[in-house]
Design a protein around this ligand. Structure first.
Ligand code: NAD
Length: 480
């Protein structure tokens, strides 16, 4: 069985303790490869390699750094098919989604930051005729990047690319649930000629390998994407060490649909924003609020469309939904479906595990599920489910829906559907979310600040924000 290896100091290596654990293919529920069970010793080796590489990498010219990162982007494109298949098999997502979104975005991440650094500038402040203040920016040193399983290579590279572009060296850990494309990336980095030690990828569990990264004294910053509870733990470890922290955490995003919207567009996009990637995108809208005058029409059309979604083999081009990522996650989502019923929710469609035939019979499939009749403040509407489950609820007034939308502990994203621009502005300004989409969803421009408020996180990724996160500013004041 294939063994994934760590990428440390330019080599693909076994974990120090020689231990591995199982990697599952969620579409079949079977083990298909082995993951290094790395721990402190591997993180230590990786950090030493990264520390050694830092002096040279941080002094490499921007154009040389850019060149090697662009080579990695080209190699991702050249291996597009292989990477998309690996992502789909590891995660359970439809192959067509991995092909159209995950893998192209991974190369875009490298290309975007490889070229951004060629256009960066810093500020100078002239203090009358007495002094000039120059802002200098330098990389931090060795930084830690820890990513989740829902968009594996997409989010892994979203951290690594800016960290490297800014001149840092990296110790990174992908999710232990979906490690395969990060492993394939390490092979591509070797092929691209990335200098040894500049990027180190340590595979393993959060409590061991992840924890070792967040508590290593020589790792200057942690960029983390994952659950809010894990973010809390990482902050508790890293904050007293005065590490820089970027935390991209959970969400419970509202999707607000006013009666004056473009109905067909709102309907089609809402089905997509509810169930894309089996509802396992931190930006999926899981609470759909519909203005009462249109509620019944929307509900009927929505349920009808959801009923037409095909749950099936991720490798089948006709499948709209594949498998959820793991058995544990499937059980968690099914548990939330039971909770919604207990809380008085009326099941409009779905609500159960789907067992496919043949080799797929052990896979973790859940029917896209829609509830109505739940209060906005019940647990189902307050806690992150992170699966193919949404609730529908009518509203009468703008103030009422804003109150309901803002009622959770989270504040990652929100979607607003209306053709009234004044209303769009008014509502967007009052929503407590880091990202608001008006009449669209998941339209991403990599230059924009990306992140959440409240328990959805601290800090912003994307554009100049993330390059700033991965650097230290210094003011030099020179007397004239
Ligand atoms: P998770 O928190 O369980 O794991 C994320 C990563 O953290 C994994 O690599 C894991 O091994 C590691 N980890 C776990 N414990 C750790 C510890 N003590 N120290 C250091 N690292 C540790 O999250 P998940 O289940 O992989 O991902 C799903 C969550 O991610 C959801 O809550 C989702 O909303 C969130 N998410 C947020 C965004 C965003 O941009 N805000 C994007 C994607 C996913």
């Amino acid at each position: 069985m294939e063994k994934i290896r760590n990428y440390i100091n330019g080599d693909l290596v076994e974990p120090e303790n020689g231990l591995y654990f199982d990697n599952y293919n969620p579409s079949r529920g079977s083990v298909y490869s082995l993951i290094p069970d790395s721990g402190k010793a591997d993180v230590q080796k990786a950090t030493i390699a990264a520390s050694k590489a830092f002096a040279e990498w941080s002094n490499t010219s921007r154009s040389d750094r850019s060149e090697v990162l662009l080579k990695i982007a080209d190699l991702i494109d050249a291996n597009h098919g292989r990477l998309a298949e690996a992502e789909s098999m590891d995660n359970g997502k439809p192959l067509k989604l991995a092909s159209r979104v995950d893998i192209p975005r991974a190369s875009s991440n490298f290309r975007f930051f490889a070229t951004a650094i060629l256009h960066e500038s810093t500020e100078a402040h002239q203090s009358d005729d007495q002094a000039i203040n120059m802002t200098l920016r330098s990389p931090l040193g060795v930084v830690g990047c820890i990513s989740p399983w829902n968009l594996p290579l997409y989010l892994f590279t979203w951290k690594i690319a800016p960290a490297l572009a800014a001149g840092n060296t990296v110790v990174a850990k992908p999710s232990e649930i979906t490690p395969m494309t990060a492993f394939l990336l390490s092979e591509l980095c070797i092929e691209a000629g990335l200098p040894v030690g500049v990027l180190n990828i340590v595979h393993g569990k959060g409590a061991s390998a992840g924890q070792a990264i967040s508590e290593h004294p020589d790792i200057k910053a942690i960029s983390f994407t994952g659950g809010t509870e894990t973010g809390k733990r990482i902050a508790a470890t890293a904050a007293p060490m005065f590490k820089k922290l970027s935390l991209e955490l959970g969400g419970k995003n509202p999707n607000i649909i006013f009666a004056d919207c473009d109905f067909e567009d709102a309907l089609k996009t809402s089905v997509h924003s509810s169930f894309a990637n089996q509802g396992q995108i931190c930006l999926c809208g899981s609470r759909i609020f519909v203005e009462r005058s249109m509620y019944e029409k929307f509900r009927a059309a929505f349920v009808d469309k959801v009923n037409k979604l095909k749950v099936g083999d991720p490798f089948d081009a006709g499948s709209n939904l594949g498998a959820v990522v793991s058995k544990e996650h499937m059980e968690k989502v099914l548990g939330y479906i039971e909770l919604a019923k207990k809380e008085g929710g009326k099941l409009l469609t779905g609500g159960e595990r789907i067992v496919l035939e043949g080799e797929l019979s052990g896979g973790y499939y859940i029917a896209p599920t829609v509830f109505e009749g739940l209060s906005f403040d019940c647990q189902t509407n307050q806690q992150e489910i992170f699966g193919p489950v949404v609730t529908l609820a009518p509203f009468d007034a703008e103030e009422e829906v804003i109150k309901m939308a803002n009622s959770t502990e989270y504040g990652l994203s929100a979607t607003v559907w209306t053709t009234n621009l004044k209303r769009a502005n008014r509502v967007s300004n009052q929503l407590e979310s880091g990202i608001i989409w008006v009449n669209c969803w998941l339209f991403r421009d990599l230059r924009t600040p990306f992140g959440g408020i409240k328990k959805s996180g601290v800090g912003r990724e994307g554009g100049w924000d993330v390059l700033e996160f991965f650097s230290e500013k210094k003011n030099v004041c020179m007397k004239l």
